[in-house]
Design a protein around this ligand. Structure first.
Ligand SMILES: C=C(O[C@H]1C=CC=C(C(=O)O)[C@@H]1O)C(=O)O
Length: 424
């Protein structure tokens, strides 16, 4: 049993006026962040790290979290999404991954949502502490600001292909196309990785700030060394309202307005991309159906403009059936056809056969879970993992029968852009 469940937690959230911008309070050693459009949470200090692995890693995290939440004494004067007791989490893509899946319970959380600012302090119930007031919360924050104000030199890294070379990737795509055409499966998502060694410093606050500022509409996250800006909401749950954003199908941005608009229009009518997208949407709708009532799916995929590319997107909303939590939905949804393929089991076998590396947490769920079961989870895309001094960045593409290997390779280059730019 976790310490947080056996010793119990005391959790206090208070409102604070004029809190600093989240990016200004990030920890230099272990930046813990979940943020989109200025809203989100920063975690400071780790009270407990819970590790999970294997097939039941998400369900096990759900069970462990249930016990912790049940035993916690929570005083929440804020009552907004993300206030009170939360844990940040990141899960490996594969059950066989050597990389651990984790829930991190911070000691201090700074939160910001729709103009409301708060601080949450979490401690073990057997450790004495004064009642948290706005004044003590501000003092804790000021202390933290002093500590984190000096940004060390920026890290530098040169990323080069890892186990999957560019030609290895196009060969793998060719093999996948053959298997799709033989009728073995309909879609598979194949990825490649870039690797490098950080020189100078391991302080990722500069790269994380660049990601957040360049991709404000994406979820910028940093959890246990995994950092990135993902455009894809796997699922979010607030007061039983469920929403998901499915992305699949990609086109490059144009260098001028006319080309840009024509690229988007071409994407919206491309049979290959609409097919690829349809598999992803169906996989999410099928997985959510047992857990949600009144599921509504946006009528036709729309084109979503990101600074580096266009995506086909579908929004799905519904109402959570009672008794389920965001982590239940994460377990049911992962892996969607936006990152695995269709049918899922065959697609994952093909990924195992054609990708010569462990995806780790890339394409896995990343986000946070609250004591009441609400939470926000993205698919970890446009991201990299820092382990020691090694940075590994990942990017993949949905392959269907009429995919062209060289075009898919170019697509991975577009998808590496956020991380390459953030680290340069
Ligand atoms: C697998 C990735 O993207 C997915 C999400 C959006 C569009 C995708 C595509 O067009 O292939 C992928 O399904 C990635 O960024 O590594």
């Amino acid at each position: 049993m976790s310490q947080s469940a056996s010793r119990g937690l005391v959790v206090e959230s208070v409102l604070v006026p004029d809190a600093p911008e989240l990016l200004d309070v990030l920890s230099a050693q272990a930046p813990l962040l979940w943020r989109r459009r200025n809203d989100g949470m920063v975690g400071l200090g780790i009270l407990e790290k819970l590790s999970f692995s294997g097939k039941t890693r998400i369900a096990d995290a759900g069970t462990a979290w249930h016990h912790i939440a049940e035993e916690a004494q929570v005083t929440d004067h804020v009552n907004t999404a993300g206030s009170g007791l939360i844990a940040f989490g990141t899960f490996a893509f594969r059950s066989t991954s050597a990389v651990e899946s984790v829930l991190l319970i911070p000691q201090l959380i700074v939160g910001q949502r729709a103009g409301t600012n708060w601080v949450t302090r979490i401690r073990f119930a057997d450790v004495d502490g004064d009642v948290l007031t706005t004044a003590t919360a501000l003092a804790l924050l000021t202390e933290q600001m002093k500590f984190s104000s000096s940004l060390a030199a920026e890290p530098s890294v040169h990323l080069t292909p890892g186990a999957q070379s560019e030609s290895g990737f196009t060969a793998a795509v060719n093999k996948a196309i053959e298997r799709i055409r033989s009728g073995e499966l309909e879609k598979v998502v194949l990825a490649r990785e870039l690797e490098g060694t950080l020189a100078g410093t391991k302080d990722l606050r500069g790269p994380i700030r660049r990601l957040a500022e360049s991709y404000p509409d994406c979820w910028t996250f940093s959890v246990d060394g995994l950092f990135g800006s993902s455009p894809e909401t796997l699922v979010s749950v607030h007061d039983r309202k469920v929403s998901a954003r499915v992305l699949a199908g990609t086109a490059r941005r144009g260098s001028d307005t006319a080309t840009d608009v024509s690229n988007a229009a071409e994407l919206a009518s491309s049979h290959k991309d609409l097919d690829e997208h349809g598999f992803a949407t169906r996989s999410v709708v099928n997985a959510l159906t047992p857990y949600a009532e009144q599921l509504t799916v946006s009528e036709a995929p729309f084109t979503l403009k990101l600074p580096n590319l266009w995506h086909l997107a579908t929004d799905i909303v519904g109402t959570l059936a009672s008794g389920s939590t965001a982590l239940d939905l994460v377990a049911a949804l992962h892996p969607t056809a936006a990152v695995a393929g269709t049918p899922t089991v065959t697609a994952v076998e093909v990924i195992d056969a054609l990708e010569p590396f462990d995806r780790g947490r890339y394409a896995g769920p990343v986000g946070w879970i609250g004591a009441d079961g609400d939470g926000e989870w993205a698919i970890a895309l446009r991201c990299a993992q820092l382990s020691g001094a090694t940075v590994t960045a990942y990017a993949g593409c949905g392959i269907v029968s009429d995919s062209i290997p060289e075009t898919e390779l170019i697509e991975t280059e577009m998808k590496f852009r956020p991380i390459i730019d953030a680290l340069s």
